[in-house]
Design a protein around this ligand. Structure first.
Ligand code: GSH
Length: 216
């Protein structure tokens, strides 16, 4: 009987995590086959998993190579690895300049934008009243709106953060979806961000990321 080869990648993920969604999207952008393994955050991580992701966090990606496995943790590291690993894909960089530009935006999205967005969502819709800090929410909300304004102005001259579609947009995609969880955010004030989000959602990677589920 013919043996079918297992997919060359395994993605360890926690489905609701935007960082895991971004890696799934990147794998779709590269059109590579992978096995998805959901990790239960409530259970202790196995020693084998901690070898792949030393802090026990998701996502982690493993490439199965003839000489052994290559494990990568941290979504930004995984996205940059895939961009280099698949030079024919939409994630690949044309040259050092375009890599530098995309990496700048990727770093901002991964650090400043994601931090302020999480802080706002936690304060507004996750924390109990006794955990909330009114001044903390005001600060993060104001900073979130300031950042959206900068993105909006930046996108006046380009369709994606670094001109062409890049890993920065891949990581931004699930984080922009989190804006739905921010109370009374008027996206009409950021029309280019709204259109950018729409563009990202029409990509095949977004539609194909979860084959059994229909995407609106
Ligand atoms: N900076 C990390 C963040 C990953 C992260 O925070 N993952 C969460 C899920 S959203 C996690 O694994 N939490 C479990 C834990 O910290 O033990 C990345 O970009 O990959």
């Amino acid at each position: 009987m013919a043996q079918t080869k297992p997919p060359p990648f395994t993605l360890y993920e926690y489905r609701p995590s935007p960082f895991c969604v971004a890696v799934r999207l990147a794998l779709e952008e590269c059109e590579v086959l992978f096995t998805a393994r959901e990790v239960d955050l409530n259970k202790p991580r196995t020693a084998a998993f901690l070898k792949r992701s030393p802090f026990g966090r998701l996502p982690a990606l493993v490439e199965h190579r003839p000489g052994g496995e290559l494990a990568i943790f941290e979504s930004t590291a995984i996205l940059l690895f895939l961009a280099d690993r698949f030079p024919e894909s939409s994630l690949a960089f044309d040259d050092l300049g375009s890599k530098a530009e995309a990496t700048s935006w990727l770093s901002f999205i991964a650090n400043s934008f994601s931090e302020v967005l999480w802080a706002t969502v936690l304060e507004e819709s996750v924390y109990e009243d006794d955990q909330k800090s009114g001044s903390g929410l005001q600060r993060s909300r104001a900073e979130l709106e300031r950042q959206l304004d900068v993105f909006d102005k930046h996108l006046a001259r380009r369709a994606f953060l670094a001109g062409d579609y890049s890993v920065a947009d891949t990581l931004a995609t699930p984080l922009l979806d989190m804006l739905d969880r921010v109370d009374n955010l008027d996206m009409d004030a950021y029309p280019r961000v709204r259109d950018w989000r729409k563009r990202l959602r029409t990509r095949a990677s977004y539609k194909n990321a979860w084959p059994q589920e229909k995407k609106s």
